[in-house]
Design a binder for this molecule. Structure first.
Ligand code: ZN
Length: 238
């Protein structure tokens, strides 16, 4: 019989067994947390143990999310790809012409030269992602420069392994993870605002939180969505 322990948003699936110690695991691939506890031990003790392990659990879950996010795409027919929070099916067309990417209702059509390998296809896709982001990021920055009364001297788009964005306040540069193109646009906006608020406050202190609360009240929901939603749970377009 499995019991559940709730710690805020986190559910831990618990089983009691003939063991000497409490064992806690974060499972691959979805980050589900399980706990095995000795039969006679009090629930309060298990609870306290689980609370003490919260930072570790969160770290493990973040690691898994990053792995999921970076699961390499083969860029082959029928593969599922996310764009602005919607699912698309990939179509690959081989043509002896300049590679390009087209979008229709439900498909992303990747046109490459015959015999193009994964790395070539990935490069074409990445360039397309960048061009899509370049199409929206300048307006977002422009709007938020006015609202926050700051100025960004340059922004950069790049693949990042562990974060969605970064800011170098002294140079007034912001960097955005190109994977943001897979997320709903409001989440891109949240990251842009977050990085731009760093021009007012460099660290994640109380003042930073207060600034976010004032300028972008939905930031907590956005951050949670950005870091926790499984891609499969994202609503289709429509
Ligand atoms: Zn930050």
């Amino acid at each position: 019989m499995s019991e559940q322990i709730k710690l805020g948003d986190l559910t831990i699936f618990m089983q009691r067994k003939r063991v000497k110690h409490i064992y806690l695991r974060v499972l691959v691939p979805d980050g589900r947390v399980t706990l095995v506890a000795p039969i006679g031990i009090q629930l309060a003790v298990i609870h306290a143990f689980a609370v003490s392990k919260l930072p570790w659990i969160q770290k493990q879950q973040t690691k898994l999310q990053l792995q999921v996010r970076e699961a390499p795409r083969q860029l082959v027919e029928h593969e599922s790809h996310m764009l602005w929070g919607c699912h698309y099916v990939l179509q690959v067309v081989e043509k002896p012409a300049k590679p390009c990417v087209l979008l229709d209702q439900q498909s992303i059509i990747l046109q490459v030269r015959p015999g193009s390998d994964v790395s070539k296809r990935t490069a074409v896709m990445h360039a397309w992602h960048k061009s899509l982001l370049h199409g929206v990021v300048p307006d977002l920055i422009g709007e938020w420069q006015e609202r926050l009364d700051v100025s960004v001297s340059a922004y950069f788009l790049q693949q990042m392994k562990t974060r969605w964005g970064s800011c170098t306040p002294r140079a007034r540069h912001i960097r955005l993870n190109t994977d943001l193109v897979r997320k709903p646009k409001n989440l891109l906006e949240y990251v842009v605002v977050h990085e731009m608020v760093h021009l007012l406050e460099a660290s994640h202190n109380k003042r930073f939180v207060a600034l976010m609360d004032r300028h972008y009240p939905a930031w907590r929901e956005a951050a949670a969505e950005l870091n926790q939603i499984p891609l499969s749970a994202v609503r289709p377009r429509g």
